[in-house]
Design a protein around this ligand. Structure first.
Ligand code: KG4
Ligand code: ZN
Length: 355
């Protein structure tokens, strides 16, 4: 059994986890910084780095304790190289490098987005399912909205190392989906981050007729691309044109300032225009990962349409959808098996691409 310690510090979560053979989560610890960034309405890079520095040692210690292990029991260390905030990434990378050198264990660099894909495999394993490849994977979070085709690297015998292969087939032209939720929530005086509260409000207000229909966003060129900034603008104009919103928005903003994160009002967000083209790719599975994958409407839409099309759809649990280190350890295992290791020259790459 190979036990990999995963370390994640790309944004505002300091996380560590131990995963056995890339699929069994022995522990997973996530220290969120939301409370620190909330009053700024977004992640403040300087504060994030400082908080990672404070959290990294206790979080790793806790992950080992929960797995019932000592540092010396770890077989390899996987760490997020990017994409993300450079100062934040450097904390995890430096700590990972130091541990690897001190323990004389292999160091493995992981692309954060590959981690989100692996979150799907971890969840599938937990529930006894198999996510068959090829697949399309939609990664939707506060920082990313991107669609990949995922194929098994060894299917044609070319990639003897067996690494998964990724091809980017669509992406956002402007805001990430989670960012759009957060901006809309801010407009409506619903606090930060806003995805989860908008989701819950939408569920409560299911039967109320929508005050306005925000059409699906169309993009020229690649039909698999996304655009969310138009939606945010549409909400902004709608709210501006209807003075009746302003009172309640102000009321909520005041409540938020008193740290009362209540919810009211709803907002229906459009669902992605993805599945229609899935057939053309002849995929076996659809995978959705990232913080916004927790969204109930998104899940329901995918599940319903995939069922109609006879395709398996996979969502990680909420804990595995948002940033965590178990997905990093799982992605690291794939590279461990393929013998792809990093050395002490490993550096953060804030704009590392997967494909
Ligand atoms: O993956 P994540 O934890 O961090 C990033 O890598 O960005 O995603 C956080 C994002 C936030 O923008 C948050 O508003 C959104 O995910 N989010 C949701 C839901 N839960 C979190 N968006 C829609 N519906 C949800 N239930
Ligand atoms: Zn992420």
């Amino acid at each position: 059994m190979t036990r990999i310690l995963g370390i994640e510090s790309s944004c505002d979560e300091t996380a560590a986890a131990v995963v056995a053979d890339g699929r069994e989560i022995l522990s997973s610890v996530v220290a969120s910084q939301i409370d620190i960034h909330r009053k700024y309405g977004g992640v403040v890079p300087e504060l994030a780095s400082r908080e990672h520095l404070r959290q990294i040692v206790p979080v790793v210690r806790e992950a080992l304790a929960q797995a019932g292990m000592k540092l010396s029991d770890v077989d390899a260390i996987g760490v997020t190289q990017g994409p993300g905030l450079v100062g934040a990434l450097l904390v995890g990378i430096t700590y990972g490098k130091t541990l690897a050198a001190a323990l004389e264990k292999p160091l493995i660099s992981v692309n954060h987005l590959a981690g989100h894909v692996h979150a799907v495999f971890l969840e599938a394993f937990k529930s006894g399912r198999v996510a068959k490849l090829p697949a399309v994977c939609l990664i939707v979070s506060g920082g990313h909205t991107v669609l990949y085709e995922v194929t098994a690297g060894d299917s044609d015998g070319q990639d003897l190392d067996g690494l998964l292969r990724y091809r980017k087939i669509g992406q956002t032209r402007d805001d990430a989906a989670g960012e759009a939720y957060d901006k809309v929530a801010k407009l409506l005086g619903l606090g930060y981050p806003g995805g989860s509260i908008l989701d819950r409000l939408a569920a409560v207000s299911n039967r109320a007729p929508a005050p306005v229909k925000f059409g699906a966003t169309k993009t020229r060129g690649n039909p698999l691309d996304f655009s969310f900034s138009g939606l945010k603008t549409a909400v902004l104009y709608h709210v501006r044109e209807h003075a009746e919103y302003s009172g309640e928005i102000r009321t909520r903003e005041e409540a938020l300032q008193r740290d009362e994160r209540k919810f009211e009002q709803l907002l229906p967000l459009c669902s992605p225009q993805t599945l229609a083209l899935v057939r053309e790719l002849a995929v076996e599975s659809v995978m959705v990962s990232g913080g916004v994958a927790a969204n109930s409407q998104l899940r329901a839409t995918f599940e319903e349409r995939a069922k109609n099309m006879g395709i398996d759809v996979f969502f990680p649990s909420r804990a595995l959808s948002t940033d965590n280190a178990a997905m990093i350890a799982a992605a690291a295992f794939e590279r461990f098996r393929a013998g792809v290791f990093a050395d002490s020259s490993l550096n953060a790459d804030p704009s590392l691409v997967l494909a």
